[in-house]
Design a binder for this molecule. Structure first.
Ligand code: NAD
Length: 420
């Protein structure tokens, strides 16, 4: 495996190139635009640590493309955050919002930090400093951030409060994924996983392979991973393996997802590892288990050309962004594995973020049932559109999703033109 294989932005560009043969000749020029993010901000964030020492963190905000509307995308706090990762995550957001036909473009942000090493005060100061650092470049009609890996509703509340203080008035629509007490929406916490479940259900029906009675493994046990495991389990899938950054667990008779979550929350290591009634496995072993459905719900590049031929699951819904490299994609396709691509499978999160933004802008408050029904309809429409293109062009779901997204973006360029 080369370093190039695991450069997420290079991988995004490869995915765009793979779609190009299905895009009309006169529209090829727009594909080049997508390979170049529109705006990139880098901010230095000095924080006085609890020790009294000052530490400088680096943060990013990439606004990849706004031809379809204000840019939208989460903020990641992780030690591995770097510009190429943020560029890729922003680009995938442009595709995702187009697939769902949201009036948005794509963006993403991040800070290179291990938040587990920060005290609560340090975390708040860093979050507020980042929010002030990007305040000039974002806003409800410009770019609307949200949570991603290791960022929470509380962090969104601090960031929205900071943005509001600088503006001199409360502007809840500046961020989404906020707590219910401060402009949050019903259904946002579990939205990504609910969307993933709906896509998996749709695909399983098409393949005539019921979720009920299937066997499943989930890598990553945070917001996307836990809720995906829960929905799968509620639909009758036996979840036999789960993992987080510290390792994984397996019980071939099935794991109780809620009990594992409670163990992770109360355990001194904050991990699924050491859950009673389960054996320990590594994250790498989890990916290669003999299951029907494998849900990668952690980080990028976990399935590469090195391990793709050892993957046994027949359906892989991508809860994480970019978990499979383009090289691995080819191998998995040859082995008849069906991948539900990230830009469709995890788009439920941005859909409900959009609902939150609409509610904030209208001073409205929707019920949980209303949000869930709306999400169901929208995810079904997106699945049908992608499946239709898959059949029409006889391609895999990632290519079909790419064709749908690129064509919608191209159509926006056609009517708006390239100014001046
Ligand atoms: P989270 O912070 O809630 O959880 C992340 C989980 O991944 C944690 O359990 C963590 O321990 C685990 N993890 C971290 N490094 C790991 C590693 N090397 N191996 C195995 N597990 C590891 O984050 P999240 O919001 O659940 O995001 C997970 C993925 O889903 C990311 O790729 C994110 O971009 C994607 N996603 C999230 C949302 C959302 O709304 N939260 C929306 C779309 C996509």
């Amino acid at each position: 495996m080369t370093g190039k294989e695991t450069n997420p932005f290079e991988n995004f560009c490869t995915q765009i190139s793979n779609v190009s043969q299905y895009i009309a000749e006169e529209h090829q020029k727009y594909l080049d635009i997508l390979k170049h993010p529109q705006r990139i901000y880098q901010v230095s964030l000095p924080v006085i640590m609890d020790s009294g020492r000052m530490k400088i963190f680096t943060g990013y905000r990439v606004q990849h493309n706004d031809i379809r509307g204000p840019t939208k995308g989460g903020i990641r706090f992780h030690p591995r955050v770097n510009l190429d990762e943020v560029k890729a995550l922003a680009a995938w957001m442009t595709m995702k919002t187009a697939i769902l036909n949201l009036p948005y473009g794509g963006a993403k942000g991040g800070i290179t930090v291990n938040p587990k090493e920060l005290s609560m005060r340090e975390l708040e100061v860093l979050s507020r400093r980042y929010s002030s650092g990007i305040a000039k470049f974002i806003g409800p009609e410009v770019d609307i951030p949200a949570p991603d890996v290791y960022t929470t509703p509380q962090i969104m509340a601090w960031m929205t409060d900071t943005y509001s203080m600088l503006a001199g008035r409360t502007i809840t629509a500046a961020y989404t994924g906020k707590p219910m007490e401060f402009g949050g929406s019903h259904g946002r916490v579990e939205a990504t996983a609910r969307g993933l479940f709906l896509c998996t259900q749709y695909t399983c029906e098409k393949l005539k392979k019921p979720i009920n009675g299937s066997v499943c493994a989930v890598q990553g046990y945070g917001n996307a991973g836990f809720n995906s495991a829960r929905f799968m389990s509620e639909a009758g899938s036996k979840v036999i393996a789960l993992s987080d950054s510290k390792g994984g667990i397996i019980n071939r008779s099935g794991l109780n997802c809620q009990a594992v979550l409670e163990h992770k929350q109360s355990d001194e290591n904050h991990s699924v590892v050491n859950f009673p009634d389960a054996e320990t496995i590594t994250n790498e072993e989890l990916l290669e288990l003999d299951v029907d459905i494998l849900i990668p719900a952690a980080l990028e590049n976990v399935i590469t050309s090195e391990n793709a031929s050892s993957i046994k699951a027949s359906i892989i819904p991508e809860a994480a962004n970019g978990p499979i490299t383009p090289e691995a994609d080819v191998i998995l396709r040859e082995n008849n594995k069906l991948i539900i691509p990230d830009i469709l499978a995890n788009a439920g999160g941005v859909a409900v973020s959009y609902y939150e933004w609409v509610q904030n802008r209208n001073g409205d408050h929707w019920s949980e049932e209303y949000v869930d029904q709306k999400l169901q309809r929208w995810m079904k429409a997106a699945c049908e559109a992608v499946w239709g293109l898959k059949e029409k062009h006889r391609v895999d779901m990632r290519t079909a999703a790419g064709i749908l997204a690129v064509n919608r973006i191209v159509n926006a360029y056609k009517v708006r033109g390239i100014w001046p």
